[in-house]
Write a protein that binds this ligand. Sequence first.
Ligand code: FAD
Length: 268
Amino acid sequence: MIPAGFEYRRAGSVEEAVELLGSDADAKLLAGGHSLIPLLRLRVVRPSLLVDVGRLDDLRYVRDDGDRLAIGALTRHAQLASDAVLASRCTVVAEAAGQIGDPQVRHRGTIGGSVAHADPASDLGTVLLTLDADFVARGPEGERTIPAREFFTGMFSTALGPQDVLTEIRIPPATGTYLKFVRRTQDWATVGVAAVRLEGRVQVGLTSMGATPLRAAGVEESLAGGASPAEAAERAAEGTAPPSDVSGGEEYRTHLARVLVRRALESL
Ligand code: FAD
């Protein structure tokens, strides 16, 4: 389908993007376009103004800041998948990015667009929640940092305000893995599991097990109490609300979560 009419402006800086967003109550940011453009074409969303930040190349980077790694919000999935800093200091992000969609999606989609869109089947949101990432946003009042636990507020909804531009994501160095079960090659996750080892603790997150990315709190608690991976994994679905859809029902997803959590923990 053809999208409804809209004005188009290309922002030359983050400041200009914030200003343009403030000029129209129905404005929307455009980054890689791989979530927004399908929605425009289906007329699910009808913004009157699109503010294109897709050419702000200074927001495409992975930087090693010592005890934290900084990722620019416009960094594309393909860049994350092959980044040398991530490969040596936080492979789980690269591993998850490399499993997103197909090469076209990975070469256009951005990490900022992925988390701002907040699809509960998205892979990177889960990994970032599991890593206790911080999200840096610039808005009309200046810059603020939002912890991952406060960022995802519901299905397709986040703590970002209508004039906020996500600029950077900060993560700690960690070892870990991301396992994704798909019905077909290059598909969205029926269930995904991130497991990371961080300052002596093991943290576990789940994709497609609820309206937002989730932490597997029962698993983490069991591991902290000395349980084996197999014992801890039995608690994978505690506190979740898995959807039933074409990819699988609630019972199937619960089973997958337990199996994938055990495998992820055993590989750490
Ligand atoms: P856009 O589509 O440009 O924007 C998405 C939303 O985020 C919009 O509301 C926009 O206003 C907002 N936004 C964008 N950038 C910012 C910013 N910097 N600050 C604030 N708001 C912002 N994802 C997965 O995780 N796993 C998959 O397996 C997967 N498979 C896919 C398969 C296909 C065929 C397609 C089309 C997409 C798939 N995706 C998948 C989604 C893909 O990762 C998207 O690229 C991503 O979710 C959105 O990133 P984008 O840069 O394209 O954002």
